[in-house]
Each structure stands twice: as C-alpha cells, then as structure tokens.
Ligand binder design. Structure first.
Ligand code: ATP
Ligand code: MG
Length: 749
C-alpha cells in the first residue's frame, strides 16, 4: 500500500492528524469519529516515512485494544515491529528490568485485588488501628487513590480532620512493607513504581525517551496522573506524544482517571497541535442525536457538535418491560427473528448492562433459543477458586517470597498443616524480617511449631523444589506436573459432585489456555510472561469477534462498535449506580457511561428498563433511570405496557404475552397507549395535575429529585399528600400535592 492509499480513506482533519510526525499532538473528538483509526493509520504512516518500528510505542487500556491495533497495523504494514500494549503491561515489563531501583526482584508477583486485600488486612491488624466505620475495602480505595495521585507511602499525609486519612497514614507504610517482603506489587504499584523509577534515574529515563520516540495513547481521557507521568517522562527529549480522547467518554474517575490530564497536556506542551474530528462514521443520525441529547445534560463539559452523513436510520427504541424476564425474553426473541429472517448475524448484536450480575437472565433466554453468545468477563475465570489455587502454585514457584500464594497452597489439597502452625510461621517470618519461604524451610527451629507439623512443612518444601525443576519447560507441562504431584487432580477425580466436575472442567480449560500460550511462546522460560498475562487480563480480553451475541458490561464496551445494541436495566440505582447518587460528579460519570453505551450502536439501539426486578436478592418495583427523561423525544419510539405501568401489582408473565413481544404489539406511544416510556421521554402529561390524578404506585417526576414512585397517599383536595420514593440517597420524601409540582408520568385508570 502506498501513501496515497493509506490516506485516501481519511477526512482532511483525520489526514492532518495522521501525517503529523514530530511534536505533540492532541486529538479531541467524539465517539465514532475515527480516533482509533487515526492512531493505527498514523503508526502506519510513521513506518512508511522510515521511522523504525522499535521507536513507536502505543499504550492502550486493554490487551484486546492493543491486539486489535496490532492486527490493523499488520494489515497496513506487514511485518512492522511496533510495541503495542497496555500501560500495566508496559510497566510490568519495565519493572522486571529496572525494578531493583524500588527494591523489586525481577521475579516479583502481581497481586490482584483479592490478594492485596489479604495483605491490607494484615497491615491493619499490625497497625492496631480502629477502623471505626470504615471497611478494609474503603482503606484499600483510599490507598489506591493516593497511589494514583502519585503519593508514595512515606509522602502521605492526611488532610485535616480526615479520619480515614489518619488510618491510611498508619496502614499504608505497613502494607507496602508487607508487599515488599513478598516481593510483590499491586496493580497501582506497577504504574507508580514505574513513574518513580523514571523520576529517580535520569539516565535511564533519557535512554528510554530516546528509545520510544513516538508514543501514542488512545482513550487518553481515562488516564490517571501516574499514567500521564509515565507518558510524559518518556516524551521530554523527544516530545512526540500523540494522545486521542473524548472527555465525554471518561468513565474511570473512580479509578483515579483525571480529566484534568487533558488540560495538563496543553500546559506541558504549549506548542501542541490540536485536531478536532467532528464527523461520526459509526452511527445513524437518530442514534447520534439521542446520545447527544443525553450528554448535553452534563454540566462539566465542553460543548461539541457531532454530525454524521450516515442515514437517519430507525428510531431509537425505549421500552418498558414488566420484569427482567420479559426484558431478556424479548431481547432474545428480537435477535432470534432477525437471525431467522437472515437480516443479521449473531455477532451483530450486543447486550449491555451496568453490572455483570445482570447477565444471567439474558444467558438463559439466549440459551433457550440456541442462540450462540459470549459473556465478556475475562476476569471472572481467573477469580475462580480452583484456577486461583493452581495459579498460586505457579506464582509460588516463580517467586517463593509470595506470602499470599504460600498461604493459599500450603494446605491445598489438605496436608494436615494447621492454621496455628501457619500463623506461627508467618508471625516468626515477620518478626525476623524473613520471607515466608525461608521461615517454612526452617520450621523445625521456630518456637511453638510441633515437630509433626514441621516435617509436613518440610515435605511441602520438597514438593515445591521438585516442581521448580519443571519451571523452565512449557506451561502446559508445568501445570500438568502441578496437578499430578500435588494430588489436586485426584481431589476432583474422586468426587462425583457436580460442583467438582465443573471445577475439573475449568482446570482443563486452564490447561488449554496454557497450551495456546505455549504455541505463541515457543521459547523456554515463559513462566514470567505467562503469569503476567494471567495477572493482567481485563474483562474485555476474553472477547472474541466470532459469530456470537456479545453480553458485556458498559465499561467493557468502550471503544467497540456493534450494528445492534440493547442497553438494558436502565433503572435508578443500577444506571445511575446506587453509589453515584450522592455526588453530581459521579452522576455525570454515570451519564457518560450511558453515552458510551449508546454510541457503540451503528444501526439500531434499544434502551430498556423493567418495572419489577430481582436484584441483589430482593424483588421489588423499580424506578426508571432519570437519564431516560433526558433523551430527546424526537427520533425516539416508545413501547411499554399501560396495564403494569399503572402500577397495579405485577401480573405473573402470561404465555400469550410472551409469544408476542410488546414491541410489535404496542402502539407508537401515542393516544391512549401513552406509556411510562413515552412519558419519560419528555411528554409528561400536560398542564398542572389535579390532586386526584395521583395514584398509589404511580411514577412521578420532580424537578429536582427526578423520577420517583408514589408509595403512599393521604388527605384530600388541597391537602392531599404523597410519600414518594426516589430511591438511593434521596429516599422517601413527603409532599403536599397541590404545591409540589410533581408531574404524573402515567395517569391511573
Ligand atoms: P470511540 O470514541 O468510540 O473509540 P473512535 O473515535 O475511536 O470512537 P473509530 O473506532 O476509529 O472511532 O471509528 C469508528 C468507525 O468509523 C469505525 O468503523 C471506522 O472504521 C469508521 N471510520 C472512521 N473514519 C472513517 C473514514 N474516514 N471513512 C470511513 N470510515 C471511517
Ligand atoms: Mg476508539
């Protein structure tokens, strides 16, 4: 492919960005405007201009995005040796080489959340602090926040009068000491340590800056301060840092992502070239309009005008279902019809939800219809107990100082090594400043450890020594040895319990994964790389582009696109998430999350909620998300059922209803079929309501609190009062109806 071909499919603005070679570049643009496409084309363009592949570094947020980018670059310039990967992976590889500056040995372990929490609990106990009302999770979040803000344990000081701050001040250093004894890092440390090393060692920084002359960051709006510090440190002598982002799609504020990084960027690089892309190539006009109408409700944003030359397309559908089963059944049956009629393929569909726990109902509905699907939740597999056990063996073989791994495997399968023994060993290790392995190997000399227990520990030490001998072979073989020699496989074999059979199947799956890894990494000594891959999976990494319906969380959907999108369970407390109701900033982040979901859709978009839902072990009436009211009415088609929405107790689902999904049966949202969905979209009953118009269980809109449900009524005439439940933090509020300005969203019959 020549330069002209490379550039021919680009708009003038995209071309400007692609052909920009030296100097900082900031591409700020809305969804579907070709940011990711510009990054890949720019890499190809640089290569064609003679920039050696090794000088180009592309940093992404998911392994999937990196792989996707690699394959697109490969198509454009076959054989290019560009370095593409996630920030975390880049950092892990950097620390394997240079971690000694921060006291890490090359074989360090990466702890996931669950593992780190074990150490944190230990540190909390050691510090002897009273957690008051805080949970260890809250302390973990506060430490994580500090790390993402580039604050190391010795630098941390609490803000005045912050009670959790003074807890963190005591616990943070002990937690770091525990990590360091285990030669381990948590996810945040990967980034923080990398930034610290680059800061401490100017020569190394210069060297790497020269090596990575062209750095590109896609989805820049989701970087945190430390990630920015890394990219920045590598772009001082060669300031060819190109970032692309959309502030409206920033959805990782809770992980420390900082929109100010974009402002920071313009300050750090005053001569930055800024390119704005305004044309959307992904979605129909109606989808784009609906999304734009929603995001316009965010206060903290820069206005952006997006347009598309694509068709108007079908109306966006807003559907109210009776309950989650009806929602899932209807979504599945719509997919089924489209497949049957040959209009679509399974891969064209995506179902999104705010929390992974909502996937189950869709799975059942799709499975019943034999529609192939995949749930994208890559992390889940590696969180299963049996998988964590086996991986812990590998981790311990790689890094015998890993305390979490030791405690996990030393008595799994059971070897008669008791908790008292283990507590003594761990305590002794801590008091001597030893790591756990050293202590275990000398157990017989630890006071209070009985000789029987000591000899069992010695056996365990021998077992690990034997396994370590196989560590340099292929991963599949190593795992096979672990299964055989530890007796782990026997444990499941003997059992006929369904649960154990399922575990065994998972173990087989891990072996398959290892085999695939071996095929991709034929060189010996892959344990480091294997564990790194296992430790740094993201949810979306499990996503394969084969012909199946995709079920995924809104967070995982970032950057992707699908012809048809179902955005489900758009209810108060789910989207926006319960946790977010307290703060305006978080509400804006939830709105951005919905915006991200909507803008994944290319041709069709359906947004839905259910009036009744089983969630978190409770069954109850729901309150539609206030975001639904914000969707512009134009280009929106609403469906729903007057009967249930009027709020009478939900009827059990009836087969006659099932066969005919509400979508085709309901009217177009006009006249007597006016539904909640229609009302929510801005057409709430006109004129002031009379107090008699309100009924029990009716949905009403309040100018400040959003949508709520009437739970109780009392009094009459001017004095008629209503108790309205708005959910979340607002909860129940009592109003005098004649004064409250509550809009009935659905008149009772
Ligand atoms: P997001 O913000 O969602 O990550 P994006 O800005 O990265 O979106 P891309 O994924 O790069 O957008 O592009 C969206 C779609 O538009 C892709 O299918 C891409 O191939 C297509 N596209 C982008 N630019 C053009 C163009 N100039 N001509 C034709 N198609 C284009
Ligand atoms: Mg993109």
């Amino acid at each position: 492919m020549n330069d002209a071909d490379l550039l021919s499919g680009l708009t003038p603005a995209q071309r400007e960005a692609v052909t920009h070679i030296d100097g900082p570049l900031l591409i700020l643009a809305g969804p579907g405007s070709g940011k990711t496409r510009v990054v890949t084309h720019r890499i190809a363009y640089l290569l064609r201009r003679g920039v050696p592949g090794e000088q180009i570094l592309g940093l992404t947020f998911t392994n999937k995005a990196a792989a996707e980018m690699a394959s697109r670059v490969e198509q454009l310039v076959p054989g290019a040796r560009v370095r593409l990967g996630t920030f975390h992976r880049f950092a892990a590889q950097f620390l394997r080489r240079h971690g000694r500056h921060v006291g890490l040995q090359a074989n360090f372990t990466i702890y996931d959340k669950e593992d780190s929490l074990k150490g944190l609990r230990r540190a909390i106990a050691e510090a002897g602090v009273d957690l008051m009302n805080y949970t260890p999770d809250a302390v973990a979040a506060a430490i994580s926040w500090a790390k993402n803000a580039f604050i190391q344990s010795h630098e941390y000081s609490p803000r005045d009068g912050s009670p959790i701050g003074s807890i963190v001040q005591k616990v943070y250093p002990l937690y770091q000491r525990w990590l360091s004894r285990s030669n381990a890092v948590d996810f945040d440390d990967l980034l923080l340590n990398t930034a610290v090393v680059l800061q401490r060692d100017p020569e190394l920084r210069r060297d790497l800056d020269a090596r990575h002359r062209y750095i590109m960051v896609d989805e820049y709006q989701d970087t945190n301060l430390v990630q920015y510090a890394i990219a920045r440190a590598l772009s001082i002598d060669y300031p060819n840092l190109a970032v692309t982002g959309d502030p409206d799609q920033s959805i990782y504020g809770w992980r420390g992502a900082d929109l100010n990084n974009i402002l920071e960027f313009e300050r750090d690089f005053p001569d930055v070239r800024v390119v704005r892309l305004e044309q959307n190539y992904r979605s129909t006009k109606k989808i784009l309009q609906a999304a734009a109408g929603l995001i316009a409700h965010n206060v903290k944003r820069k206005r952006k005008d997006l347009f598309t030359l694509n068709d108007d397309g079908a109306d966006v559908r807003l559907v109210a279902y009776r309950d989650q089963t009806e929602e899932a059944e209807d979504v599945a049956s719509q997919i089924q019809s489209a497949l049957r009629e040959g209009r679509r393929r399974a891969r064209d569909f995506a179902v999104f939800y705010r929390v992974n726990a909502l996937s189950r109902e869709f799975e059942l509905a799709l499975r019943r219809r034999n529609i192939p699907y995949q749930i994208v939740n890559g992390v889940e597999f590696f969180q299963r107990r049996e998988i964590k056990d086996l991986v812990a063996y590998l981790k311990f073989i790689q890094n015998p100082r890993d305390e979490v791994a030791f405690l996990r495997i030393v008595n799994t399968p059971p070897r008669g090594i008791g908790n008292t023994t283990l507590a003594r060993v761990a305590e002794f290790a801590r008091s001597q400043g030893w790591d756990i392995w050293t202590a275990a190997a000398r157990a017989e000399s630890i006071p209070g450890v009985q000789s029987r227990a000591a000899s069992k520990l010695a056996e365990f030490v021998r077992l690990i020594d034997n396994l370590t001998a196989a560590a340099s072979g292929p991963m599949e073989e190593l795992l096979g040895c672990v299964l055989a020699e530890t007796g782990y496989r026997e444990l499941f074999r003997k059992s006929s319990a369904e649960e154990d059979q399922e575990r065994l199947a998972n173990v087989e799956e891990l072996l398959t994964y290892a085999r695939q890894f071996d095929e991709q990494h034929p060189e010996p000594g892959g344990l480091d790389a294997f564990l790194e891959e296992v430790s740094l999976v993201n949810d979306v990494d499990a996503w394969e582009g084969d012909d199946r319906v995709t079920l995924m969380s809104l967070h995982a959907s970032k950057g992707l696109e699908f012809p048809v999108v179902f955005l489900t369970a758009v209810e108060q407390g789910i989207l926006p998430h319960e946790r977010s109701l307290k703060s305006n900033d978080q509400m804006e982040e939830e709105r951005r999350l919905m915006f991200v979901g909507m803008t994944r859709a290319m041709e069709e978009l359906q947004i839905s909620y259910a009036s009744m839902r089983d969630f978190r072990g409770r069954r109850g009436l729901t309150i539609p998300s206030p975001f639904l009211m914000e969707l512009p009415k134009n280009g929106l088609q609403t469906h729903g059922r007057a009967a249930e929405l009027a709020g009478t107790a939900a009827r059990p689902p009836q087969t006659s209803d099932r066969r005919e999904p509400p979508l085709r049966r309901a009217g177009n949202g006009q006249g007597p079929r006016l539904t909640t969905a229609a009302a929510l979209a801005g057409s709430a009953a006109s004129g002031p309501a009379r107090t008699d118009d309100y009924a029990q269980d009716m949905l009403v809109a309040h100018p400040r609190h959003g949508v709520g449900r009437i739970v109780a009524l009392s009094g009459s005439g001017e004095n008629r009062k209503a108790v309205v439940d708005f959910g979340g933090r607002i909860g129940r509020v009592k109003f005098i109806l004649s004064k409250a300005g509550l809009k009935p969203l659905k008149r009772s019959r």
